[in-house]
Design a protein around this ligand. Sequence first.
Ligand code: NAD
Length: 251
Amino acid sequence: MIKDLLKDKVAIVTGGTRGIGLAIVRKFLEQGATVVLCGSRQETADKAVAELKAENKGYKVSGIAPKLSSYEAMREAVGKVAKDFGGVDILVNNAGISAKEKIEDYKEEDFDKILELNVKAVFAGAKAVVPIMKERGGGVILNTSSMVSIYGQPSGCGYPATKFAVNGLTKSLARELGPDNIRVNAVAPGVTRTDMVAALPEEMVMKVSEGIPLRRIGEPEDVANAFLFLASDLASYVTGEILSVDGATQV
Ligand code: NAD
């Protein structure tokens, strides 16, 4: 049994209230980290914190809801976490939305909205933690990409466009921040059983699974395990990587 991989580490996880983000938060807590999860609203953040504390009252978890794409809001939020917990060691930029519109149906505000959360917020989060991590002598920034960052997808082109951008930020920041001992990596999940997928009929999930070499879709814990590895010192010489967690899906 792996234990204490993140002992004494302070982590911030965006989109930590459900799905993949919640699984990452749980995994980090199990491994001894102090975690601040971010939700889109304070109520959903509080609800996730209450659920986790009900599972284990010893978990060191709290919740906030800053505007993730705002430099100023993120600087303030991250600064407060650093002050309250003595620093920030790990940032997981996980919050994201998807898209399925055909190009003719795209509204200008839809494209802006997905860019704002899936790209600008990743940049704003990194920008806010970097000075703190530099002062601390290092840190880890992890981003949630997607298998569509390799293949694209046949509609909702804004979504893969943002995930290609996430890969670009990941690889570039890894090069820029390596000399400061800040590792930057991304995880690219395949179809993963979150709320979105849970709403689908099981036959449809089985049909998707048949096309995947491992013959199943991913569970949030499969993805969270990859984040744990990359967040921990086990990945001490890994940076600039986009780690696929997709059962070798090819679309
Ligand atoms: P989800 O919808 O279950 O969770 C999304 C999270 O993002 C929630 O915690 C929500 O509070 C947060 N969020 C949404 N809009 C927000 C906003 N405007 N401001 C702040 N927070 C906001 O989704 P999920 O499936 O767990 O996805 C998490 C990440 O994984 C996303 O980046 C997504 O693109 C990526 N991903 C998911 C899959 C999949 O199959 N589920 C596959 C590949 C990549």
